[in-house]
Design a protein around this ligand. Structure first.
Ligand code: HEM
Length: 154
């Protein structure tokens, strides 16, 4: 993301910080993905209604359900591709456009992504993420949502 003309452009140090933090996430991605989704739902209980494959699952079973694990892994793999493409603006834009294609029809908006980032950061704090990396992640989500909002429907 270092070479991208954007109000939320990341410095080389910030890109490095995000990519280093991601190495930590990858070591424990099943658990981190599950924790992020459960934190998202506990902080924003109404969000579960957007997820038709998850909303039918009993609340006490949700944290351990394969549907939640599979879903959170799908999200993490897309984030992985994004972080892996931070030096390649065209690919990143295309990846974000694909997320827009599947998420805009579900009325997922900037605020939803912001709450997702909050959940993500809460979990990463348990893994020792520092303030500088937290701010770098925040810039990433601002960058992401700027492109997401502008993405065309085709
Ligand atoms: C950067 C953050 C996110 C990424 C990378 C992401 C990625 C994905 C992926 C890969 C899928 C599965 C394939 C698909 O149907 O598109 C998915 C499904 C979905 N996502 Fe996201 N997502 C993100 C954030 C969110 C947020 C914040 C919400 C709403 C609060 C959301 C709502 C949904 C819904 C409703 C589905 C369909 C679930 C179902 O069918 O039960 N996503 N997402």
């Amino acid at each position: 993301m270092g070479n991208i003309a954007s109000p939320h452009k990341l410095s080389t140090d910030e890109v490095d910080a995000v990519q280093a933090a991601w190495q930590v996430v990858r070591q424990d991605q099943r658990s981190i993905g599950q924790q992020v989704m459960m934190t998202l739902f506990s902080e924003n209980p109404e969000y579960i209604h957007k997820f038709k494959h998850l909303q039918m699952i009993a609340a006490d079973q949700l944290p351990y359900h394969t549907a939640l694990r599979a879903h959170s892994l799908s999200i993490l793999y897309v984030i992985h591709s994004l972080i892996d493409s931070m030096d390649d603006e065209e690919t990143m834009r295309e990846l974000i456009r694909k997320v827009a294609l599947t998420h805009k029809p579900r009325s997922v908006n900037r605020d939803n992504f912001q709450r997702f980032e909050d959940a993500f950061i809460l979990v990463l704090k348990k893994y020792g993420i520092d303030r500088r990396t937290e701010e770098a992640f925040h810039k990433c989500i601002l960058y992401f949502t700027d492109i997401y909002e502008k993405a065309e429907d085709t």
